[in-house]
Design a binder for this molecule. Structure first.
Ligand SMILES: Cc1ncc(C[n+]2csc(CCOP(=O)(O)OP(=O)(O)O)c2C)c(N)n1
Length: 626
């Protein structure tokens, strides 16, 4: 019995067990229904899209040929795992994906026994699968372990570390190399070039036809297409057409009981089966709503303020116009980090290094050693990958690398794996590093310009989303390092007197709350070095200091303010507001900020509650009643 009209097969399949009851010759028809379901659902709600159209057959073949969940499938990133979610009891809830309380954006162990490993960041699958295969060996359990990793995911050092180790151990595991020649933007790297030449040689047109590979140093390599993987101890097979179900299942059946490390090269098309997405997989990587027939997106709302990402991208182009030493680096996030224009205008000074954050940071360090001015554009959450490089390669050597850190704070629908919740904590403890957080787009430009003038490393950390709509200042004048500014004075003499010390994106809601409280507001600008003079001045003049940041409270900017006060034996009461000591899930940014009490109403609530508490009684008694 189908439970959704129009989906005769899909409506009958709730679990992989039910899938495995279907005759194999019905699977192509099921694939057609799954694609239609994805297009209709995601057209309504948005989400990761093109990669999922590419994994429909792969997901079907894996669950059909393997005995899941006993056998383990480890998806890399998990943005391409929607078909897997659909086949493992979550199809009806797909329309809740990425929403508050809904299905998780990526794979999540707590969500399903079929999600064997939690993901969101890329290139972890081979390591995790190796761990599972090693556990099976130690526990003498018979189970197959399969990692599914894209050609983008394969550009990371971690993937190679895992191949090297798993090959050495001779683990019984299969790596599926899902090669669609795309990362979010075009994939880059020598491995990609090799693969593209191989496809040309084999006459496998799509998807490599559009972009010529770099000229080969040695065409003979193409006679041994899997040589690199073989060197790592993996037996290479393929390439196989990842949309040809019988071929795919034959390959999997042939490999599933093979001993030792295996790698199957599967060629897929990103956006498969939906013409607009096949034609422009970058645009359809992650989408908002669209028309499921034409692929058209709703008209953009009229002139909103530019995003911080755009502000950065424009600033970088201007900086590069003026100074030939400025170079831009991205670990595979050209679109997300606002570097499209820079890449077009300054191709020789643009480095997309692949999904290789560690390499991105140390590459920047090397460039800085030679007098270049590297600007490393990186999401807060992904800089976590390059943390030792930031300390060891950049900060210890005091190299002038500027980090443009996008997506600081809560990012919304991508959830716990992607929030930039920790950067202020993990940055402010690093010596030599200047850390700035802009409260509006002009401040962002000025901070970026400040960073470029410094003879030491610096970071400008800005949020996802739009600025506040200011007219751009003509000149982005550098700021005095370590100096904050008062952006609102108190009008009356109401007591207890409150001063809010706000960081970055929290300055705006702080200003709104301060209107009601008649509080002083300082835009602290610098998380490091903190403006100790301003902090002490505010401590002397007020009865309560409130710090606000969209970073975890633990070890964040507010902790820095506390440290300044303690060092001076100052006992002014302090309220630290920030993200809680727990992982924040997915939802809209507004919903999540409200949940964390970091919207205007939440800030007001927290301050008013604190004002009612005992230790401020003395200040209240001194009140003039104003
Ligand atoms: C460590 C890390 N850096 C960056 C990203 C952002 N990201 C998500 S998907 C993706 C591209 C992945 O390409 P690929 O593995 O080939 O999968 P495809 O989308 O082509 O199917 C990137 C760069 C990430 N998830 N993790």
């Amino acid at each position: 019995m189908t439970d959704i009209p129009g989906y005769a097969l899909l409506g009958r399949i709730q679990t992989p067990d039910e899938l495995r009851q279907l005759p194999a010759d019905e699977l192509p028809a099921l694939a057609v229904e799954m694609r239609r379901y994805l297009i209709e659902t995601l057209g309504r709600i948005g989400g990761h899209f093109a990669a999922n159209l590419g994994t429909v057959e792969l997901s079907l073949a894996l669950h059909y040929c393997l005995d899941t969940p006993h056998d383990r499938i480890v998806w890399d990133v998990g943005h391409q795992a929607y078909p897997h979610k659909m086949l493992t009891g979550r199809r009806a809830r797909l329309e809740t994906i990425r929403r508050l309380g809904g299905l998780a954006p990526f794979c999540l162990r707590a969500e399903s026994e079929y999600d064997t490993f939690g993901v969101g960041h890329s290139s972890t699958s081979i390591s995790a699968a190796a761990g599972m295969a090693a556990a099976a060996r130690l526990k003498e359990e018979t189970r197959r372990v399969v990692a599914v990793i894209g050609d983008g995911g394969m550009t990371a050092g971690m993937a190679f570390e895992a191949l090297n180790h798993a090959g050495h151990l001779g683990l019984d595991m299969l790596v599926i190399y899902n090669d669609n020649d795309m990362s979010i933007s075009e994939n880059v790297g020598a491995l990609r070039d090799h693969s593209a030449r191989l496809m040309q040689k084999l006459g496998m047109k799509a998807p490599h036809a559009a972009r010529a590979p770099r000229a080969a140093h040695n065409e003979a390599h193409l006679d041994h297409p899997g040589a690199m993987f073989e060197t790592f101890g993996f037996r290479y097979s393929g390439p196989v057409d990842g949309h040809d179900l019988p071929a795919l299942m034959q390959a999997l059946d042939g490999l599933k009981n093979a001993r030792g490390p295996q790698l199957l090269h599967v060629v897929t098309v990103k956006g498969k089966g939906f013409a607009p997405a096949e034609a422009d997989p970058i645009k359809y990587h992650g989408i908002t709503q669209f028309d499921p027939v034409t692929g058209a997106f709703p008209a953009k709302k009229s002139e909103s303020a530019p995003t911080y990402t755009q502000v950065f991208g424009d600033w970088l182009c201007r900086a590069a116009e003026r100074d030939r030493l400025v170079v831009g680096i991205t670990p595979a996030m050209r679109e997300g980090s606002g570097l499209v224009q820079f890449a077009q205008r300054f191709p020789a000074r643009y480095f997309d290094v692949g999904i290789a954050e560690q390499h991105a940071v140390t590459l920047a360090a090397g460039l800085a050693c030679e007098g270049m001015k590297p600007v490393c554009a990186i999401y807060s959450t992904f800089l976590q990958r390059g943390y030792d490089q930031l300390i060891h390669d950049v900060a210890i050597q005091n190299l002038p690398v500027l980090f443009a850190i996008d997506r600081g704070g809560l990012v919304g629908a991508d959830g716990a794996t992607h929030h930039g919740s920790f950067d202020l904590s993990y940055l402010r403890c690093i010596p030599n590093l200047v850390v700035m957080a802009p409260s509006d787009e002009n401040e962002c430009r000025r901070m970026l310009s400040t960073g470029l003038t410094l003879a030491q490393p610096s970071a400008v950390r800005y949020p996802r989303g739009n600025g506040i709509g200011l007219v751009p200042e003509h000149e982005a004048r550098p700021l005095a390092v370590g100096k904050g500014r008062i952006v609102r004075e108190a009008h009356g003499r109401r007591r207890p007197r409150v001063a809010i010390l706000a960081f970055g994106a929290m300055v705006q809601p702080a200003l709104e709350a301060a209107e009601i409280l008649d509080a002083v507001v300082a835009d602290m600008r610098f998380v490091k070095p903190l403006d100790a003079e301003l902090i002490l001045e505010l401590a002397n003049e007020n009865d309560l200091l409130v710090t606000i940041e969209d970073n975890v409270r633990l070890g964040g900017a507010g902790s820095g303010v506390n440290e300044v006060l303690v060092a001076q034996h100052h006992t002014v009461p302090v309220l630290n507001l920030g993200l809680p000591d727990q992982f924040v899930e997915h939802g809209t940014r507004e919903e999540l900020l409200a949940q964390a009490g970091l919207d205007t109403a939440g800030i007001l609530r927290a301050i008013q509650k604190r004002l009612r508490s005992r230790d401020l009684d003395e200040a209240k008694r001194g009140s003039t009643g104003g």
